[in-house]
Design a protein around this ligand. Structure first.
Ligand SMILES: O=C(O)C(=O)C[C@]1(C(=O)O)C=C[C@@H](O)C=C1
Length: 279
């Protein structure tokens, strides 16, 4: 079993670890533009050897786990050179642009667009962990455009990883993910910024930060190199979600200014429904 992992960050590295654990006689080849990451991936045991985009597109799987802007550039070239029986699986956080870029590619049926809803705020090969995908949702887009044999191969991998599969249209994926993932990150980044700016005048502010602040601001530790292209590709949906979020913040502020504590209580009471949604 041969798998080529392109992009040896948290997701690519974790995938490499799990494929080694779940299959027999595995050869994992790593490709990354960052030479330090490649060396780190070898010393961490994530990959067996370095590869390249000419000679290593002929295994069972090619996993494309690079930032979403790089994925758009690489995927058509990868498909140009892919071996007949090899499936390319992308794992990026936006799905419409990547599906569009290969829409009319003659090797479209070698590709499957996926989004594993798994991750942490950390990045790079060092952040890779075993079992990251266990019991996590994996959103698959336009699976009918992937050849049947290759669908089976991918689904077997996701079964072995014990993932929960959902099927979605790329547009619908990008719309919903703008709210539950992309907006969460922006909100955390801007909360972090607000508190850091205050800290300039009040040195003690972080001494007062408890686990509430820490859990809310966790995502602000995420990689700007990964998130900037995501925000760019999903700009339209994110702007819409931000408008709704800003309106809710403004409403809360006006309730407070007008001492409308009943309204504030009700806003929070209604939102407590999140306890049932995210059990
Ligand atoms: O939990 C985190 O730290 C994540 O950032 C994971 C998260 C998310 O927003 O849920 C981030 C991006 C991925 O596309 C999928 C999952």
């Amino acid at each position: 079993m041969k798998a080529t992992i392109i992009g040896l960050g948290l997701i690519g590295g974790s995938m490499a670890l799990d494929i080694q654990r779940l299959y027999e006689n595995v050869l994992i080849i790593g490709i990354d533009s960052n030479e330090d990451h490649l060396n780190e991936a070898i010393s961490l045991g994530l990959i067996h050897r370095k590869g390249n985009l000419k000679d290593d597109l002929d295994g069972d799987f090619v996993i494309l786990a690079v930032p979403v802007d790089v994925a758009l550039l690489l995927l058509p070239k990868i498909l140009d050179n892919i071996a007949e029986n090899t499936i390319v699986i992308d794992v990026g956080s936006t799905k419409k642009p990547i599906c569009e870029v290969v829409e009319n590619h003659p090797k479209r049926s070698n590709f499957l667009a996926t989004h594993p809803i798994a991750g942490t705020e950390f990045s790079g090969p060092n952040a890779a962990i075993e079992n990251l995908f266990e019991d996590k949702v994996n959103i698959l887009c336009e699976i009918e455009r992937t050849s049947y044999k290759k669908q089976e191969k991918a689904l077997e991998l996701f079964r072995k990883l014990n993932m929960r599969i959902r099927y979605m249209e790329p547009k619908s994926h990008d719309k919903h993910i703008a709210y539950v993932s992309h907006l969460s990150h922006i909100s955390s980044f801007m909360l972090g910024k607000t508190v850091i700016e205050k800290e300039k005048d009040e040195k003690d502010i972080f001494d007062m930060a408890g686990s509430g602040f820490e859990s809310t601001v966790r995502l602000a530790k995420s990689s700007p190199a990964m998130w900037t292209p995501i925000f760019r590709q999903n700009k339209k949906q994110i702007v819409k979600s931000l408008e709704e979020y800003i309106a809710n913040l403004s409403t809360f502020k006006s309730f407070l200014e007008s001492d409308d504590y009943e309204a504030i209580f009700n806003e929070m009471k209604n939102t407590n429904r999140i306890k049932e949604i995210l059990k």
